[in-house]
Design a protein around this ligand. Structure first.
Ligand code: NAI
Length: 406
């Protein structure tokens, strides 16, 4: 049976490649609005959208979700999801997706480039030559080859950086709270303090958690090797920046690269201020570690694919507010019933009884629950009696129900 195209509403100039990624799974009519529309326009536009794609500026709250009567899923075409009321979306059976790893490579490349630039003391040479100076000296300039790199957090970015740094001939060490498989000749260190006291360059790639907040205290910064380098392109609250500035001014640190700050301007009109300004041999960048055309394209493809796979297959892998299932394509001759529901005892049994009474055979089934929310995906064979879907919706605990044709 031919699908009637569902409508996807994409806002905030989501990358153009998202359209074809959405349509690769089935018929979708894509409508775009540039920027983040005002509330009135958004409420009018969202009413008939099955999919909503936003970036960081569009706020999606409970009231907006109530106006979105056809909405099936939300894609945040970015890393963060704070702009969406995730609980309100989950309560309404709407999964929210994002693209957390699409800019991994961009950050790893910037970190690698920063290491080279810092060890050649490029920031101060560049600043000088722009002012008419000519600091033609090899003093304090080093190759990165054979230097010890200490990576704190060996996740997606840390591991990618490990590969790049090894290719530059660096000796790579890492510290992570989880066991991680080493790439190439990289070696795990058993403590953060050992890593920072032995490495020539320490770079942070951990998330902001209660455990990582202020992980680079004044004491830790001054226990780094004298003449070493510190890089923070992860999160602004990991480092005591006053202590970092003191260590740079005293020469204890030979340089630093910082992309993220405890307080960041909300727009380009706000003035940026930091104790790190005017410190020697420091690369400061305005939180652009992951901001590249390639990352934007990868985000467009990643988030769009997740939305389309939910719409056409019911897949919720990587949803940030939903139990995760990956049921795969629907076999010919079957229909897939997807039912987000309240996590109450016996729901699946009552659902299956209903399917049986409607004349359908349960050919495959997946159920995942998370907190108060359950998500059931059921592949059915046989001709379903009229009114089956509305009787599913009438089940105690059903939040919504949808049938997907093969
Ligand atoms: P990830 O989740 O793949 O890796 C993080 C790693 O840190 C994990 O292996 C985890 O086990 C480890 N970890 C967590 N707590 C730790 C602790 N206390 N000590 C040691 N290891 C710990 O994350 P990903 O994608 O590699 O990102 C890393 C950081 O980079 C995040 O803070 C992220 O927000 C930031 N980031 C910054 C960007 C920018 O524009 N500057 C862009 C993208 C990410």
């Amino acid at each position: 049976m031919a699908h009637t195209p569902s409508r996807a509403l994409l806002l905030e100039n989501v990358h153009a490649d998202a359209d074809s990624a959405l349509q690769a799974f089935g018929p979708i009519k894509v409508d775009r609005l540039s920027g983040s529309p005002d509330r009135q326009l958004l409420e009018a536009e969202i009413a008939s959208a099955a999919l909503l794609g936003i970036r960081s500026r569009t706020q999606v709250d409970a009231a907006l979700l109530d106006a979105a009567t056809a909405l099936q899923a939300i894609g945040c075409f970015c890393i963060g999801t704070n702009q969406v009321d995730l609980q309100a979306a989950a309560n309404r059976g709407i999964p929210v997706f994002n693209a957390p790893f699409a800019n991994t490579r961009s950050v790893a490349e910037l970190t690698m480039a920063s290491i080279v630039m810092l060890m050649r003391r490029i920031p101060e040479k560049m600043f000088s030559i722009h002012q008419g100076g000519w600091l033609k000296t090899a003093d304090g300039s080093n190759e990165v080859r054979k230097k010890k790199l200490g990576i704190v957090g060996y996740g997606n970015i840390g591991a990618q950086l490990s590969v790049l740094a090894s290719a530059f001939g660096m000796h790579v060490y890492y510290y992570d709270i989880e066991p991680k498989l080493a790439h190439g000749n990289a070696r795990a260190m058993d403590s953060l303090d050992r890593l920072i006291s032995e490495c020539d360059v320490v770079t942070l790639h951990v998330p902001a958690t209660s455990r990582t907040a202020d992980m680079m205290t004044r004491e830790r910064i001054f226990s780094m090797k004298s003449g070493s380098y510190l890089i923070n392109q992860a999160r602004g609250n990991l480092v005591d920046v006053d202590a970092m500035a003191d260590a740079l001014k005293s020469g204890h640190l030979a340089g630093a690269a910082v992309d993220v700050f405890p307080v960041e301007p909300k727009s380009k009109d706000e003035k940026f201020e930091s104790p790190l300004q005017a410190c020697p041999n420091v690369i400061l960048t305005p939180h652009i570690g992951g901001s590249t055309a390639e990352a934007q394209q990868a985000i467009g493809l990643d988030a769009a694919t997740k939305l389309a796979k939910y719409l056409f297959e019911g897949a919720t892998s990587f949803a940030v507010n939903f139990p995760q299932v990956e049921p795969g394509p629907i076999d010919p001759g079957r229909v897939r019933l997807i039912v987000p529901h309240e996590n109450k005892p016996g729901f699946l049994r009552r659902l299956n009884d209903l399917a049986e009474r409607a004349g359908a055979n349960v050919a495959a089934q997946m159920l995942k629950t998370e907190g108060d929310l359950g998500y059931a995906v059921t592949d059915l064979e046989g001709t379903l009696a009229d009114g089956f879907l509305s009787s599913v919706l009438d089940l105690d605990g059903a939040i919504r129900a949808r049938l997907i044709e093969a």
